[in-house]
Write a protein that binds this ligand. Structure first.
Ligand code: CA
Length: 244
């Protein structure tokens, strides 16, 4: 894994990852792989410890890999509690089986990604790299958002397409931003709302149909932009490059 990636030419400290996994064999294999990739891992074997570690003001974590089946407090509960505190820490959930109910529950609780055991180590490494690219929480602010022909300069609310400011309402810009940041992955409607609520707490009062209306309008506004918002029936959306 590449380490010390730079944003805007700034050198970065090594990534710090929390691993909450009660199976020592799996945990040791993961820690070795992360270590090779220049990622420092903090390992806990219990849900309560994971919760306390994430909540600690000194945590400075960049991401977390959390097993759902943990003693003390399960992984979904750990995730719910951290999202309830408004913590945007990127989280990948692990589960013992590819269970659709767990998957939906996990993504709804605010997981960024999900992987079922048994998994290929190379697959997990690739997912963790993507996870860490998504957020370097508690460090320097995230760089501007860029995807395809879209660009949102750092610290500016306006999304640009080919450099031209787009005509979007704040909520449309918020939803498109969420989907662009998670391009190529399925995002549930409730996850969209939770992410919107980080900057706009009143978004917590919106319901799924409000997201549908916003996405409907966005589809017209991004026509010809090279990306499309695909509906994943009964669940959410997937922004992807057209023809990709
Ligand atoms: Ca477990």
């Amino acid at each position: 894994m590449p380490s010390n990636e730079t944003v805007a030419g700034q050198p970065r400290r090594p990534a710090r990852l929390l691993l909450a996994e009660d199976d020592p064999q799996i945990a040791r294999a993961l820690i070795r792989a992360f270590d090779r990739g220049g990622i420092a891992t903090e390992w806990v074997t219990d849900g309560n410890l994971a919760d306390a570690t994430i909540a600690a003001p000194t945590a400075r974590l960049d991401g977390a890999v959390i097993d759902i089946g943990l003693p003390g407090r399960d992984g979904i509960d750990v995730l719910r509690r951290l999202r309830a505190r408004g913590n945007p820490l990127p989280v990948l959930l692990l589960t013992a089986r590819d269970d659709m109910a767990d998957r939906v529950l996990g993504l709804d609780a605010g997981a960024d990604d999900y992987l079922a055991k048994p998994f290929e180590m190379s697959e997990l490494e690739a997912r963790v790299r993507a996870l860490l690219r998504r957020g370097r929480h508690g460090d320097e602010p995230a760089a501007g958002l860029r995807f395809g022909r879209f660009w949102q300069p750092q610290g500016e609310p306006t999304l640009r397409l080919d450099g031209v400011p787009m005509d979007l309402t704040p909520r449309e810009a918020g939803v498109l931003g969420v989907l662009l940041r998670r391009a190529g992955r399925v995002v549930s409607k409730s996850a969209v709302l939770q992410e919107l609520a980080i900057d706009d707490p009143s978004a917590m009062d919106l319901l799924d149909p409000a997201v549908e209306v916003i996405v409907h309008r966005l589809r017209r506004k991004i026509e010809g932009s090279g990306v499309e918002i695909h509906t994943v029936r009964g669940f959410g959306y997937l922004l992807r490059e057209r023809g990709g």
